[in-house]
Design a protein around this ligand. Structure first.
Ligand code: MN
Length: 350
């Protein structure tokens, strides 16, 4: 893995969620083909991506208790990829390395088809906790790339999932990387629009727009700008955090119920928010600061995820890629009765 600051903004994009069921393989195959065509893949590559995604779907159908696939397009400057995330709630893969090596010793488990997905993907990562569940990440660039550039990893990854029965999500995130004198500053926002459905999604859209034009400012001023922009909407809980690699700090300003923390080893340092509703009732803002070690992982999520998770219950997860971290925590701590959103920042390999 080679983490890079992409030097531009990234934000929540459309995610196609497909829940485990009898039609999952067919639906997943169709959606994979649609997205692969949209990023301009050749017919051969489209076929490979279809096969890999179908394999992931079949794995869930055969072995998982419950689970979902998410497909989306991710972009770095000059390139686009189809990204597949698979999340399940067990039973987990007992011997992951054996599963990846031969696919034989894992017969009868989720590990069975992993090798073929890994071979086809430009980026592949998987994390499994026996008895808890598995998260899988596979990324397919539109043009097959070899060598150092193939496996670049954005510093920031977010993931949102609408409440059951909705197609749009009121939780939203945005980030800007590559700021500061050495490019080591990343600023992220997590926004939970009140309620759910299109009106909550509208608040999220406005929050992303306001973040885009204010991301260079200190977190507290960004929250103020969001407050102005969200007037007349339902309002939102919002948190903005800025991690500065050269100063070794994270500054955080939050209003309402967004969980934020820095994970370092098995330690989780909470970043506090003040009560209020951005766009409606603005409290006196406070900015908190905690140390940012190189190996630190910054996590912000809405109350669509329980905040009762602990790093120790996901051994090794926080050394993995941001997108995989986001998927595993959302998969295991996410609730179905609310929109869920999480954003993860990691500026160094660890
Ligand atoms: Mn919520």
């Amino acid at each position: 893995m080679n983490p890079v600051a992409d030097g531009h903004g990234t934000e929540a994009e459309d995610v196609v969620w497909m829940r485990l069921g009898a039609a999952l393989d067919a639906v997943a195959r169709r959606e994979a083909a649609r997205l692969a065509h949209r990023v301009g893949m050749s017919a051969d590559r489209v076929a490979e991506v279809e096969l890999a995604v179908t394999e992931a779907a079949t794995n869930l159908q055969k072995y998982a208790k419950d689970g979902s696939l998410a497909l989306r397009i991710v972009r770095l400057p000059g390139r686009a990829a189809v990204e597949l995330l698979s999340l399940d709630s067990g039973p987990g893969i007992p011997d992951l390395s054996a599963a990846l090596a031969d696919g034989v010793s894992s017969r009868g488990t989720l590990g069975m088809g992993l090798g073929s997905i890994a071979r086809c993907a430009d980026t592949f990562d998987v994390h499994s906790v026996p008895g808890v569940g598995t998260a899988l990440l596979a990324r397919f660039w539109s043009v097959r790339v070899d060598g150092a550039l193939a496996d670049v990893e954005p510093w920031v990854a977010g993931l949102t999932r609408p409440i059951s029965g909705e197609t749009v999500c009121g939780d939203s995130w945005a980030a800007r990387t590559g700021e500061g004198p050495d490019g080591g500053v990343v600023t992220v926002m997590m926004c939970d629009g009140l309620g759910h459905g299109p009106l909550a999604a509208l608040a999220g859209e406005r929050a992303r727009a306001a973040f885009r034009t204010n991301a260079h400012r200190p977190p507290e001023l960004i929250v103020r700008a969001l407050h102005d922009e969200l007037k007349g909407t339902r309002g939102a809980a919002v948190a903005v955090a800025r991690a500065d690699r050269s100063r070794g700090t994270v500054e955080h300003c939050g209003v309402g119920n967004i969980s934020a923390c820095v994970v370092s080893g098995d330690k989780r340092s909470a970043l506090l928010s003040v009560p209020g509703i951005v766009g409606h009732q603005m409290p006196t803002l406070r900015t908190y600061q905690v140390p940012w070690e190189r190996s630190g992982v910054l996590v912000l999520h809405s109350d669509g995820l329980s905040d009762r998770w602990s790093p120790a219950s996901f051994p090794g997860l926080f050394r993995r890629r941001p997108a995989l971290i986001a998927a595993q925590i959302l998969g295991q701590a996410g609730v179905r009765r609310d929109d869920a959103g999480i954003v993860v920042v990691k500026t160094a390999d660890s």
